[in-house]
Design a protein around this ligand. Structure first.
Ligand code: MLC
Ligand code: AMP
Length: 472
């Protein structure tokens, strides 16, 4: 089963010891989870796909679990989604119903409430491993976000590979405070826990004191965070020291700066494990619990994963730890394509199963991988969120006070990169920040808007983004 620990027979036979999930002040046992999620399953069964507003609540956990029990693909909707992005996700995905708090405008699709105390003990046949589990919307360099088709097989394989590398067992208590609409918080954190059978504690927000409390009060042993979370924990000092009793700290979704790695080691006594992946590939590389946890390195391919390093013209790049090449991965965890976008799928996924990650990397003689950066400056990682410069520029250009717009990711000690928009026009910067937050989502808002007289362009009229970074 995909969610192995929720096997009704095992739960009925007494595997239901202790809490399974703690989130938003609600505690769910495995029997609560099976009963209430199966009640959701009864309401969604037969739907082609449904949208779930993925706020960090028990209702979200039950909604997603229920859909997976019924074999209905879930479209997780960002908790802070704005109007235009919501419309796009609903239209493009063809979601037939909405689960979670109801927005004003659902565009005609039905709303299915999630009841925490409802129970059903109906048994559903386990869906095929080839079936789609999740359709996760993710940004590209241009255009609107695309729906990534993630199969049940990919999720099961990824969790099993990570369990092996991290010695992750039912004895763990997994803690994080990340969003439940992306791979990190949802696939690894929540679904990983429901497959492995460990206790899952969601802290609401990934604040340093919340992580410290989850270790002290709930016995958190396996802690997940994006680099911004770890950096804030190190800055806090006392929160980092409070993590000492944990078993393993794991960082991912963006590069963990070496000083943050060193800070965690000095204050908590833990050398964190760093892993690398994406929505399209799930997690493919990681340092190992029983191997070298080298600062600045994302480690080795997980069991079953192969990688290739290629130059721009497709030639093999030496594994000497210094030569930089484009990173390709082949893995049982790869996505099945972008929904409705065979063109975009063909651009990154070859017929023989290699995914072009868009990242540039080095590999050394021991097989240790280091991510150097992205091929395109137009894909920004801010606080671990992937954000396309193009989608923000398009929204800004839809504002009446904007004539031209160019967006870049500027280096930022806290967020890795912060979104900066250069705008030609007569709008107020604050109004433009609000506009993007309202239309796309709060986490895609520029942190800075600079009104300028003109943008630097080449002879073809293309904005010179490298030059813009000099204007910061
Ligand atoms: C600010 N706020 C606004 C606003 N400006 N609200 C509305 N409109 C505006 N204009 C509010 C926010 O709603 C929020 O409120 C508060 O201000 C703080 O928001 P923020 O400043 O955006 O949060 P910040 O502290 O900067 O967030 C940092 C962070 C976040 C680390 C918590 O970036 C985060 O959760 N990152 C995780 C991303 C992630 O999981 N990525 C994984 C992708 S999968 P309030 O009250 O709600 O706090 C992947 C694969 C892999 O990459 O390898 O894992
Ligand atoms: P997303 O699709 O949101 O999961 O983003 C995937 C991208 O995040 C990857 O292509 C990388 O650019 C980046 N990423 C994930 N993990 C790491 C890491 N450990 N180090 C550097 N970049 C990472």
């Amino acid at each position: 089963m995909l969610l192995d620990s929720l096997n009704p027979a095992a739960v009925a036979a007494g595997a239901d010891v202790g809490d399974a999930v703690r989130i938003d002040g609600v505690t769910l046992s495995r029997s609560d989870l099976v009963g209430a999620a199966t009640s959701v399953a009864e309401r969604v069964a037969g739907a082609r796909q449904v949208a779930v507003l993925a706020r960090p609540t028990a209702a979200t956990v039950l909604a997603i679990t229920g859909c997976l029990i019924a074999g209905v693909p879930v479209v997780p909707v960002p908790a802070d989604v704005g109007a235009a992005e919501r419309r796009h996700i609903l239209t493009d995905s063809g979601a037939q119903a909405w689960l979670g708090d109801k927005p004003d405008d659902l565009g005609g699709i039905g709303h299915i409430p999630v009841r925490l105390h409802a129970r059903s003990w109906h048994r559903y046949a386990e869906p095929s491993l080839d079936a789609t589990a999740l359709i996760i919307y993710t940004s590209g360099t241009t255009g609107l976000p695309k729906g990534v088709l993630v199969s049940r097989r990919a999720i099961a394989a990824d969790i099993d590979m990570l369990a092996e590398a991290w010695q992750w067992t039912p004895a763990d208590t997994l803690v994080h405070g990340l969003p439940l609409y992306h791979v990190h918080g949802l696939v690894l954190g929540l679904l990983g826990s429901l497959r492995i059978g460990n206790r899952f504690v969601h802290t609401g927000k990934p604040a340093p004191e919340a992580y410290a409390q989850a270790v002290g009060e709930y016995g958190g042993s396996l802690l997940f965070g994006v680099p911004t979370v770890w950096s804030r924990i190190v800055e806090d000092g006392s929160a980092a020291r409070a993590l000492a009793p944990a078993r393993l700290l794991v960082s991912g979704s963006a590069a963990l700066p070496v000083p943050v790695f060193d800070g965690l080691a000095a204050l908590s006594g833990h050398r964190p494990v760093e892993r690398y992946g994406s929505t399209e590939s799930l997690i493919t590389l990681s340092t190992r619990v029983d191997g070298e946890r080298r600062p600045g390195s994302v480690g080795l391919p997980l069991n079953g994963v192969r990688t290739r390093l290629r130059s721009e013209d497709g030639a093999e790049v030496a594994h000497d730890g210094e030569s930089i090449g484009r990173l390709y991965v082949s893995s049982p965890t790869l996505f099945d394509g972008y929904l409705n976008r065979p063109d975009a799928t063909a651009e990154v996924l070859s017929d023989d199963g290699w995914y072009h990650t868009g990242d540039v990397a080095t590999i050394d003689g021991d097989g240790m991988h280091r991510i150097v950066g992205r091929e395109s400056v137009d894909l920004i990682k801010s606080g671990g969120f992937r954000i396309g410069a193009g989608e923000i520029e398009t929204v800004l250009l839809g504002h009446e006070g904007v004539r031209e717009a160019a967006v870049i990711g500027a280096p930022d000690d806290d967020l890795g990169q912060r979104i900066v928009a250069f705008v030609v026009g007569d709008a107020e910067p604050e109004a433009l920040i609000e506009f993007v937050a309202r239309e796309l989502s709060v986490h895609k808002r520029p942190r800075v808007v600079r009104i300028v007289d003109s943008l630097p362009r080449n002879a073809m009229g293309k904005v010179l983004k490298k030059e813009l970074t000099q204007w910061l």
